[in-house]
Design a protein around this ligand. Sequence first.
Ligand SMILES: C[S@@+](CC[C@H](N)C(=O)[O-])C[C@H]1O[C@@H](n2cnc3c(N)ncnc32)[C@H](O)[C@@H]1O
Length: 368
Amino acid sequence: MNIKVIIDFEIIGNYKKDKKEFYENMEILKKISQIYQTDLFISSNDIKIFKSLNVNNINIYLKETQKNEDYLVKVSEKYDWVLYFKSGTKEVLCEGNIIYSPIKLKGNIDNFKNISFTEHAKNKKYYHDFSNYYMETLANDTPKEAQFLIDIFKKYINKDNGKVIDCCCGVGRHAYLLAKDGFKVTGIDISSDQITNAEKIHNHSNIDYKIMDIRDFDLVDKDYEMSYCMWTTYNYLSLDKDLKKFIKTNYNHQKKGSILILDSKNIPRLDAHRMYHRYTEKDKFKMDILINKYVFNNIQNSQYFLFINDNGYKKFFYDDEFVRFYTINELKKIIDGCYEIIDIYGNFDMEKYNDKTSNRFITVLKRI
Ligand SMILES: C[S@@+](CC[C@H](N)C(=O)[O-])C[C@H]1O[C@@H](n2cnc3c(N)ncnc32)[C@H](O)[C@@H]1O
């Protein structure tokens, strides 16, 4: 899929007015130009500044309103998609195959004072319309992650397999590998599309999939030996009271000595800003996803631009999400009276957690 990115120089920021913002925006420009071809619309006054900035591989066009429009139309005929970072644009809009976007994409955290990020994530395209492409585009180390869960079970429960809950199971990629290994798995997810796909692509007689909210599910059995929540997903429960509800609900489904694994990325290892893309092609469906992530304090905000060609039909979607990273002390407070932290791992090779160097923050909690 060929995607052209065009950026108004005005949107790069006024170098003289706000140097910090200017350099932040330049970073975005550099990253995006490494991924896709980038053109820049620039006014003649700005050319000297831009040339001094040592940004390679970018075509510069002199900014003249009428010409912008002509150029856009021409480019949109040549490319599948044009992503235009246009000054004055407030939100992401799609017209034909041109997407107009502001360069500042950080979501507004103030909208989430009283609701958990999980309410927002409920509508994510990935967990609904594009759930059947989840495996191809996002999951890349599933066998290793599943083996980690199996090894943890052996280490702490002292048996080869048993009864487990996959909390927020998605399309059941871990549930399936554990079921094949002899585990009895209950997979819970709030999205009916994710569960439908799980039943389709990861069906196994050892798995029972359920559409439920991990904050208040009720299963007949109350003797699960291990529960796990993989892939920075408990982090959608951004309010203490929501994470507490999940912990308490799990507690009610387990006996003393059972374990709960909470897996997330390790925040000190994350860059303040990351931009990258993923591409997938399956039958006559092609999808390019541009992913833009910011970390501020203990929050990660991500934007997803989904450029799709579905059997000749072009579709564009835009998604965003927030996740909250918990510290060890915050977790300890929340699990108090239900669980205690017995181990923390820093990756799926079972190496111990180091807050500065580990890629992941995987806590093993033991039910009291
Ligand atoms: C990042 S995906 C992870 C899926 C799976 N654990 C994996 O590693 O592939 C997050 C999943 O959490 C689900 N989810 C989000 N909030 C939930 C909630 N409150 N209860 C149950 N599922 C939830 C979403 O529908 C989505 O399938």
